[in-house]
Design a binder for this molecule. Sequence first.
Ligand code: HEM
Length: 418
Amino acid sequence: MNNPKDNSLDNINPFDPEVLACPYDFNRALRELSSVYLCPHTGVYFVSNYDLVVTVAKDEKRFSNQFSMIQSGVQAAPDPEMAAILAKGWPRVDTMLTADPPKQRRYRSLCQKPFSVSSVAKLQPYISEVANDLIDQIIDAGKCNWMEAFAVPMPVRMIAYILGVPISDMDLFKQWSDANVASFSVGQTREEALRNAELVIEFQHYFADKIEARKIKPTDDVLSDIVNSSADGEKPMDMAECLSVISQLLVAGNETTTSTFAEGMYLLARNPDQLRLVQQQPELIPNMVEEMLRLSTPTTQMWRICLEDTHLAGVDIPKGATMMIKFGSANRDSDQFQQPDDFDVTRENLKSQIAFGQGVHHCLGAPLARQELILGFQNILRRITNIRLPQGEPELAFHPSLLLHGPIDLNIEFDKCE
Ligand code: HEM
């Protein structure tokens, strides 16, 4: 619904860190008052209800993903010191997430194989092994910092394993992942931005050595597959392309899965009846994971650029306009999901949740993320119970990120299963 006379939304800046960290009220107001909303503070068109988000996400001909210039533009003016740091590395290339077909399709096909359902199925024993290894380290204590103990290391160890990074380099790898993700946050100081840029260059040189080695002598691993595969007889990707693909895998894959592990655990601690139900009926765990994905929607919103003059839900959007499609809002639209803010592990229509997006950009890593979450929670719920928040634990607080929504910290207490 669009109500052009109601301008109560105009008092809110959607990029205010407080709104980004806690977007639920704003999203609800958007859906009720103006499902396509031109924000006077930012000049961005926000699309918030379920049907319209799906429409835009599926129409890559009218709505482009080539948004990397906007993404850097909202963050910083050109800075010579930053330019000097970046000159030590390779230029960023628009590959999957930040490209349109046919370019996007080409890059995607080059790295699709290791992320397919059948390839990911082969990782199941390793996923369970990592999950149990992490649980072993906390189970006797009866309490832990859940982010440090599980939510962060689980996805990092999986993507590191897939990319052939040894466990001894895990801390470095996590720092590089955070530095790559930082480009999506607001409120970084200049010093932080420069430090993160240094880390990104460090990451590039680390992987450049590995890529070089695998181009000369391929080994039996995913990195070799990615750097040596070619589409339609074309040359394999060059160094800048390979590095951009790897950095997208890091950004898209790490923080998001961490966020669902963290918010999912919080939801279980806050809803003991649902926890009891999934422990009594573990066959509900895959459905529970979809419900956790729906409520957490870690890729909360994504840029689009309008490629032609468009009329959407009564609003004219001119060619060249910048848009933001709100997956997180769509997943809490009451026209699609009844009692949308409730955590209900038996909810029936979860096939329509869109935490992994829709259309040509639908998440490449969805099979991997789903396997990690399902096997992760299967092992967790088999081994610990009575999961609760420590007394005095504050409400969950979230990072004020432009595109990614995820908890900052979470402590839990629990009992060992008999
Ligand atoms: C809970 C975990 C995850 C969530 C919620 C998530 C969400 C998303 C969403 C919503 C998109 C589409 C963005 C758009 O339409 O513009 C996307 C794309 C993508 N995701 Fe994920 N993701 C997750 C995990 C992963 C993992 C584990 C990987 C890989 C290791 C990954 C790699 C990618 C890539 C490469 C794209 C771009 C695909 C393309 O444009 O063709 N994601 N993801």
